[in-house]
Design a protein around this ligand. Structure first.
Ligand code: NAD
Length: 376
């Protein structure tokens, strides 16, 4: 298959969809890979590394879209890319269709095959192409929290791990899923005293088994949260209720229970946030202060560490990309239900219920596009 990797052009997006290591793998299976000049620059991969791995560099984004049967990207195409997309071209990237009718209509009009990273789903309902970014954000939450606890950045001026003779900081993590677990590991590793809260007793049992002794678990409820926020220095919001807005576990009025300089890192801000006073911020201006409490609410945390994020993402996407390239998208989706669930828009039809529901548009049964005569 002919694969194209354009440079990401969305504002502040430094990741790239394929590393030189990925090029080597695809080449080993007999595929041809075209990469746009400078595509890997933001993630620290030079053109020479792609060339050494067997990629052919193309000078423009137009040339990449023009030649490729499968386009591998990170973010959804933006308006200036719409006209570059060809009928039946396979696009493998994050789309988040439900948040943009304009994008959905554009892809329907183009007749492309849109396989969305975010809806690729394992039989156990986990989302293998979202997990890596949660892992990055969870680990980063503590790194950022530790930084903003420093006095010059308006924090309490407390070192997470303390020092011999001085007790460590208290860290509270709301939600013990992927983000929360990674945050807890980081905070515990730095020597902080960590509490993870979740509503799932089964999850708390599991965490209690695997976490080191400086991590304790606690049922998430309003009473416990009120008690804990009085004594915590760093609070990480990592709650998710699939398909819904995050619940406001910390309300505006509860801020007055906290000590000045407490830091809140609301990772769940992309789903509305689990702290009422959080609203999305950017890496240029990541924090704001309300009632002396520092709020860090960057909605795309992995964007600040594109090298790690690119490797984490491509580790997860490459095995799927290989299946798509080796078999063609129809056979790959027939053989692998994870990939089949990734199909959102195909040949002018919406085949993913969440997208059809979001805009009240007709839904086509995905099996009809998989049994049609072989397409691209
Ligand atoms: N800001 C960013 O850059 C960024 C990056 C990645 C992920 N995220 C977001 O982080 C959030 C968490 O993602 P995840 O992958 O860890 O999800 P997850 O599904 O793995 O974990 C969520 C956890 O929240 C728990 N939960 C639900 N209601 C709760 C409550 N009332 N109190 C305490 N816990 C509760 C669930 O039981 C689950 O264990 C999501 O909103 C995700 O979109 C943000």
């Amino acid at each position: 298959m002919v694969i194209g990797v354009p440079k990401e052009i969305k504002n502040n997006e430094n990741r790239v969809a394929l590393t030189p290591a990925g090029v080597t793998e695809l080449r080993k299976h007999g595929h041809t890979v075209y990469v746009q000049v400078n595509a890997g620059e933001g993630s620290g991969f030079e053109d020479e590394e792609y060339i050494a791995a067997g990629a052919i560099m193309l000078p423009t984004i137009e040339a990449v879209y023009n030649i490729a049967e499968m386009i591998m990207k990170v973010k959804e195409p933006i308006a200036s890319e719409y006209d570059l997309i060809k009928q039946d071209q396979l696009l493998f990237t994050y789309f988040h269709f439900a948040s943009s009718e304009e994008l959905t209509q554009a892809m329907l009009a183009k007749g492309a095959v849109c396989l969305a990273y975010e809806t690729v789903e394992r039989p156990d309902r986990s989302l293998p192409l979202l997990v890596p970014m949660s892992e990055v954000a969870g680990r980063m939450a503590v790194q950022e929290g530790a930084k903003y606890l420093e006095k010059p950045l308006k924090g309490r001026g407390i070192l997470l791990g303390g020092v011999p003779g001085v007790k460590p900081a208290n860290v509270l993590i709301l939600g013990g899923g992927i983000v929360g677990t990674q945050a807890a590991k980081m905070a515990a590793g730095l020597g902080a005293h960590v509490t993870i809260m979740d509503v799932s007793l089964a999850r708390l049992r599991y965490l209690s088994d695997i976490m080191p002794p400086n991590v304790q678990t606690m049922m998430s409820n309003e009473y416990n949260i009120r008690e804990m926020i009085k004594v915590c220095d760093l609070i990480v919001g990592a709650v998710l209720i699939p398909g819904a807005k995050a619940p406001h576990l910390i309300t505006r009025e509860m801020l007055k229970l906290m000590r000045a300089g407490t830091v809140l890192v609301d990772v769940a801000v992309d789903q509305g946030g689990c702290i009422e006073t959080c609203s999305p911020t950017t890496h240029e201006n990541p924090t704001f202060i309300i009632d002396g409490v520092v709020h860090y609410c960057v909605a795309n945390m992995p964007g600040a560490v594109p090298y790690t994020s690119t490797l984490a993402l491509t580790n997860a996407t490459l095995p799927y990309a290989l299946q798509l390239a080796n078999k063609g998208w129809q056979q790959a989706c027939r053989d692998n239900s994870d990939l089949k669930l990734g199909l959102n828009v195909v040949d002018g039809k919406i085949v993913y219920k969440g997208v059809a529901d979001a805009f009240n548009l007709p839904l086509t049964d995905v099996s009809t596009v998989l049994t049609e005569e072989e397409m691209a």
